[in-house]
Design a binder for this molecule. Sequence first.
Ligand code: DAH
Length: 435
Amino acid sequence: MSTTPPPAVTINGKTYHTDEWFNVPPGVLAATTRKLHLQKDHPISITRQILESVFPPPTYRYHNTFDPVVTTHENFDSLGFPPDHPGRARSDTYYLNATTLLRTHTSAHESALFRAAASPGYLISADVYRRDDIDRSHYPVFHQMEGARVWDRRLVPGGDLAAAVLADLALLPTHAVPVEDPNPPSHPDRNPLQSEHHTAAEAAAIAAHLKRSLELMVVEVFTRAQAAARAADPAFVDEPLRVRWVEAYFPFTSPSWEMEVYYDGGWLEVLGCGVSRQGILVDAGQPESVGWAFGIGLDRIAMLLFQVPDIRLFWSRDARFTSQFEGVEGDLGRLRRFVPFSRYPPCYKDVSFWLGKEGEVHGNDVMEVIRGVAGDVVEDVVLTDEFTHPKTGRRSRCYRVNYRSLERTLTNDETNELHTRVRDALVERLRVEIR
Ligand code: DAH
């Protein structure tokens, strides 16, 4: 994508030189100052606090002000991402320069916190950045919470790590939500034990502590979501919550799982987690510590909790949005579902183009050009057609752009003008030819 980078950018008071890797548009740079997870009475901040309440200090320490700018080492290498991992691509990640980027996940801070070893557990909440599609549940900036808990082998009574972890598990509350967990605690091919570092009993104990902790977290959130739904509609019939554990893969945990929650008629994937890879703890100077880690997206949880239908609303400064949550932070019992203030009409416009001779255009680049022109007025963009001309071999794509403001009705003239500018920007920045 052709852009002339500014020579340097300043984020949260620090200046970074740019190079040919730079690909952060002004709208995304501006979002780095918003810190919605810390904004009083904001649904993202309220959601963060509900999750934090399940992981009490002093065992868990909260870290909510880490800078979004990290190194490629922190975001990828320190976590064991291979050099050719697709997440590193410029099409997926916002770079300031070849070795500096906007974190794509809160796991970027794992290694530093393991190294600091200031508490046995921690939670990190922060804004994270990814180039992606445009639709009602994707935004280039969203929020995650990372959590971890470790035990130091040298400090466990009698040197029996598994027993110590199980003793901590016994101190956790229980819950009555049915859990499906059909797989063994580890599996040699699908979900291996780190056998050079953990006995099967140790890994099973860590996994059990991890799973109970995270079940308690989602039970807390979804029970509140159901209470809010009942408050909005006394006739609301809550389907009983159900949780299930699915085997997964992450470069920084093994074995690994995803948790899914049955809510409102379907299974939702809510988080990823696992037994931390020992190499990360060794590299962080903690070879004697073993433990677990998880990561959860806050925006989708907040959308469910408050029934917010479009992720763009979280960025709205419209009082009809923000005022609905006033006071909730101080009194979580007042949690209520969001009441949509209006739904303005959609306006669909197509844009069809031939790809230039230079070849590939990444879908995320198309999304970003459109967002760069029309900003939050675009609700979603769908690739509706793609073909190769049988004679000339030229490739064509058609995207359908839905222009719909969350705050007002757009006029025809306004939408036409935006769409013309979108087409011009696609030609200029991606070297495509409008059909
Ligand atoms: N960082 C992962 C993501 O963004 C989420 C995650 C998965 C975090 C497993 C973890 C973990 O700490 O153990 O998709």
